[in-house]
Design a protein around this ligand. Structure first.
Ligand code: IPM
Ligand code: MN
Length: 362
């Protein structure tokens, strides 16, 4: 018998529980076939609990999560809770308290999935964005003065220190070495591209750029280094996605460009991400929200949650099981479902979970 992993499951709001159940189903099958054990413990943090108790995520919960190997998150977001409360109180709190300083977001088009990009397919849309996950405008540094008056001033600063930048870059260079296009047999070099704005944000991205080249020269001479301004990155993500391999960027730009990336890979029904603390407890989530209008109907697509589970196994080191899930997902997108859209897949949520689970081979 292989290892045992303890997984905290926060299914969350809306369709979160439905899609998470399918991810858990698939993970259980994968663990049986690949000879390791998964122990799931469910937590009910989310909008419903907040409305009943006024509590988002108590500090005791953070301490509890530290006892787990990893966390699987469904979705947070409730139509009756003001925007920001659950996002900041649960999702961002977990990312910050557990110091999940990497947000790993593959942009990968699977066969059979429709993309809005003309003449582009799985061959072209196949890269990864590494978004720094703890700094930038997300730190909360700033405030108002003269609030409510005609002279009101609002400041929300982008904040980075060298330590944060260096640890993110180190992860990105290592990732490019291990999973870049050359490493995957798709070209003659592994490339890490820094996405920034050195022509205007000269302080923040000046720091990133210096750190990037210093580390690259000293420790990763085998990795090809590129630099792109964020605005140009957006154009190329649409026009020439095949130019990219591994992209590293700050938190705010990373938030924005990964939604663009997600839509080019088929949207929220498939895009998944990992909030990673390479030395600690990571958390995996479908990028999409809680989709309240589809709640309980069994029509939402669970593939993004299943892909989050797949990324989780990869990060835990269960490479073979992770690959088997990915292959099964590709089979389902290519051969089975009509579209990723809720209600139009030709199968129910749990049937799609079954299709993936059945296809997992040893
Ligand atoms: C994401 C989301 C979050 C973010 C929100 C919900 C706080 O957009 O995971 O990309 O801005 O990071
Ligand atoms: Mn976002």
């Amino acid at each position: 018998m292989g290892k045992t992993y303890k997984i905290a499951v926060i299914a969350g709001d809306g369709t979160g529980p439905e899609v998470t159940a399918e991810a858990v189903k698939v993970l259980k099958v994968a663990s049986d076939k690949y000879d390791f054990k998964l122990e799931f413990v469910e937590f009910d943090f989310g909008g419903e609990r907040y409305m009943k108790t006024g509590e988002t995520l108590p500090d005791s919960a953070i301490e509890e999560f530290r006892k787990f190997d990893t966390i699987l998150l469904g979705a947070v977001g409730h139509p009756d809770v003001a925007p920001g409360i659950l996002e900041k109180g649960i999702l961002l709190k977990l990312r910050f308290e557990l110091d999940q300083y990497i947000n790993l977001r593959p942009v990968k088009l699977y066969p059979g999935v429709e993309t809005p990009l003309r003449n582009k397919g799985p061959e072209e849309i196949d890269y990864v964005v590494i978004r720094e996950n703890t700094g930038d405008q997300y730190t909360g540094a700033g405030g108002f003065t003269m609030k409510g008056t005609a002279n009101e001033v609002a400041v929300q600063s982008a904040v980075y220190n060298r330590f944060q930048v260096d640890r993110c870059l180190k992860y990105a260079f290592e990732y490019a070495r291990k999973y870049g296009k050359k490493a995957r047999g798709k070209g003659d070099k592994n490339t890490l591209g820094l996405c920034g704005k050195t022509n205007v944000l000269t302080y923040i991205y000046g720091l990133w750029e210096r750190a990037f080249h210093e580390m690259g020269k000293a420790e990763y001479p085998d990795i090809n280094r590129e630099y792109y301004h964020v605005d140009a990155t957006c154009m190329w993500m649409v026009k020439n996605p095949e130019w990219f391999d591994v992209i590293v960027t700050g938190n705010m730009f990373g938030d924005i460009i990964t939604d663009l990336g997600a839509i080019t890979q088929g949207g929220m029904g498939i895009a998944a991400g990992g909030n990673i603390n390479p030395e600690g407890i990571s958390m995996f989530e479908p990028i999409g929200g809680s989709a309240p209008k589809y709640t309980g109907k069994g029509v939402i697509n669970p593939l993004a949650a299943i892909c989050a589970g797949q990324m989780m196994l990869e990060t835990l080191g269960e490479q073979k099981a992770s690959e088997a899930i990915e292959e099964a997902v590709k089979f389902v997108t290519a051969e089975k479902i009509e579209t990723l859209q809720a209600g139009k897949m030709g199968y129910s949520t749990s049937e799609v979970g079954d299709l993936v689970a059945e296809k997992i081979v040893e």
